[in-house]
Design a protein around this ligand. Structure first.
Ligand SMILES: [Zn+2]
Ligand SMILES: [Zn+2]
Length: 264
């Protein structure tokens, strides 16, 4: 089996006491058939230090961007464009809107989100979108900026089935994290059943949000296996089929050669 963690923050894991180093994290993942990783940036300095931490690897690709929760300080859009063009960067983000935690930076979040989509269209790199308490504005900006041209994924999806439908209409993929395993997530499970297998991704968003039965512990890429097993039951397919579909979707969306995924 070959599983991909389509969204993890490899620089956010606990290297003090839980893991020796990145090799250790990736080995624990490989032991559970999780063999390819998209390491997601949340600030520009964070992108640079994460690349240093991870190094060049056949089985890790990167995104470059500034998270909506990190808009308290301005950043240089030209620097974003330059870094995002680097080899090894397959996506813009994470970007998007979060009105739940930082409504006071709304205007700046929107401007930043638009910039990420514009650069994504220029560079032909899809956008990784985070949204919380901002459903309507997120959809409006995706439409206004013609995000269908570069495509993208709504990551760690927690919206309803109707919103999933609107994102699918825009050509977007939808990624589910461990939240789908939570006891009170019935509305989310309904959305997960609705998203077709060929538009589905899975992720950990580690170190946050460990899936059942690991809740409360640190999340790590190895645990995308638990998300895959849970999603397979929801979709009524084997774990193998779910792994195959989500790996193929990952390859398609982020323009990663299927041969590279098999050889990793
Ligand atoms: Zn996010
Ligand atoms: Zn994230």
């Amino acid at each position: 089996m070959f599983l991909v963690d389509s969204h993890c923050h490899l620089d956010g894991l606990n290297y003090e006491s839980l893991h020796k180093d990145v090799d250790d994290v990736l080995a624990k993942a490989a032991a559970r058939d999780v063999k390819f990783f998209l390491a997601v940036a949340t600030t520009l300095p964070g992108y640079q230090s994460m690349r240093e931490l991870v190094g060049e690897r056949d089985n890790v690709v990167f995104s470059c961007g500034v998270h909506p929760l990190n808009q308290d300080e301005e950043y240089d859009v030209e620097t974003l464009r330059t870094l995002a063009a680097e080899p090894g960067v397959v996506a813009m983000g994470e970007t998007g809107l979060d009105y739940y935690y930082t409504p006071e930076t709304k205007a700046r979040q929107q401007e930043s989100f638009r910039n990420h989509i514009r650069i994504g269209r220029e560079l032909n790199k899809p956008v990784i979108v985070h949204t919380r308490d901002a459903r309507e504005d997120t959809l409006a900006i995706l439409r206004e900026e013609k995000a269908m041209d570069c495509a993208g994924v709504l990551h760690c999806f927690t919206e309803d089935r109707e919103t999933a439908g609107k994102l699918l209409d825009l050509g977007f993929y939808i990624s589910f994290s461990g939240i789908v395993t939570f006891r009170n997530a019935e509305q989310l499970r309904e959305a997960a059943r609705y998203v077709p297998l060929d538009r589905l991704l899975i992720e950990t968003d580690s170190p946050y949000l460990a899936p059942v039965p690991h809740r409360g512990k640190e999340n790590q890429p190895a645990l995308v296996r638990d998300v895959a097993e849970y999603m397979a039951v929801l979709k009524g397919v084997s774990v193998d089929e779910l792994a195959k579909a989500t790996t193929q979707n990952f390859s398609q969306l982020f323009h990663i050669d299927a041969a590279r995924l098999q050889s990793a």
